[in-house]
Design a protein around this ligand. Structure first.
Ligand code: CDT
Length: 311
């Protein structure tokens, strides 16, 4: 009997500064119900799915910044999502800003969790590749202050067994880094779940807008193929208070092919039945890691961070 899991990606349209958590959670629940009606048993929501993409705003008052963070999960506003997921028997991935305390110090993480079909959190990932900058860029059309508002994730790239599948998580900018997928690939990942908020404009370098979508899909497809895994990528997109972000939520097969892709920049569900054995032939042949990887030649990958030319 081939192992199959019907799964959905629940893309979110914009969340504006004025939108509150209750209204957002209602949208998440509507998508969850739609996914269940579609036969899906696992749903991927975006990065920072409960608020606007607040790193675009320069803020100096820590109290104001902390309003975008969750101190508990589930909390009073998110509890209904967990309850309905449990009632429907649907597992999910959810991205949010996490405020916690470690060794007496407050820590801020860009986090995602994996919740099983009985509403229990079984996995947590804290974003490692934080993009953007930490200083104020007054001349830029908007900010990208992830390096200011978040600490670098401290729990690595892990995988969890849930719903008879090996599931790994990463967040947005991580999808551009082959190391993120490979660390999960080396743990036998079958599904990589990820959420993203990708501004349509690159504030660091002017480039044609179409490249944003091209690089997004290129990264998903390469990561999927080279690790023989399904990649489920969920956008928060459209114009939040006038600031545009790309859509293009996608389900990518282990072959690197796009199995489903969102068409809008609004709340939209896409679903596919994942054949969890589709990647097996790649794992046995071209990407048989045991047989073909040459770790004795990969030392620089962990030994050196930046590129340096010595010739
Ligand atoms: N949220 C996030 O990680 N966004 C980044 C923007 C990169 S440009 C600063 C991304 O990789 O899509």
């Amino acid at each position: 009997m081939p192992r199959k899991l019907r799964a959905a990606v629940a893309q979110l349209g914009p969340i504006h500064l004025a939108d509150n958590r209750e209204a957002v959670v209602k949208r998440l629940i509507a998508l969850l119900r739609e996914a269940h009606g579609n036969g899906a048993r696992f749903v991927v929501f975006p990065e920072l799915a409960l608020t606007t993409f607040f790193p675009r705003w320069w803020m100096t008052d820590q109290g104001e910044i902390d309003r975008y963070f969750e101190r508990e999960m589930p909390g009073p506003e998110t509890r209904p999502l967990f309850d309905i997921a449990k009632e429907l028997g649907v597992g999910f991935y959810l991205g949010y800003a996490e405020l916690t305390e470690e060794n007496g110090k407050q820590r801020h993480y860009n986090t995602s969790i994996l919740v099983d079909p009985v509403g229990k959190i079984v996995g947590r990932y804290r974003k490692i590749h934080l993009p953007g900058h930490s200083e104020h860029l007054p001349d830029a059309p908007f900010q990208h202050l992830e390096k200011r508002y978040f600490d670098v994730g401290n729990e690595g790239f892990n995988v969890w067994r849930m719903q008879d599948a090996v599931i790994g998580m990463c967040i947005c900018n991580d999808r551009r880094w082959p190391e993120a997928y490979r660390v999960m690939g080396l743990q036998g990942v079958e599904i990589v779940a990820l959420g993203y908020n990708t501004p349509t404009m690159n504030i660091h370098h002017r480039e044609p807008e179409h490249l944003r979508m091209f690089h997004h899909l290129l990264s998903l497809q390469a990561g999927a193929y080279q690790n023989a895994a399904w990649v489920l990528a969920s956008a928060k997109c459209g114009a939040e208070d006038g600031f545009a972000m790309i859509g293009g939520s996608a389900i990518v097969a282990p072959t690197g092919e796009i199995a489903a892709q969102a068409l809008t920049e609004d709340d939209e569900l896409i679903a596919t039945t994942l054949d969890l054995e589709l990647g097996d032939y790649l794992r046995r042949t071209v990407f048989n890691f045991d047989k073909h990887r040459r770790t004795e030649h990969y030392g620089l990958i962990t030994g050196r961070t930046g590129a340096r030319t010595e010739v």
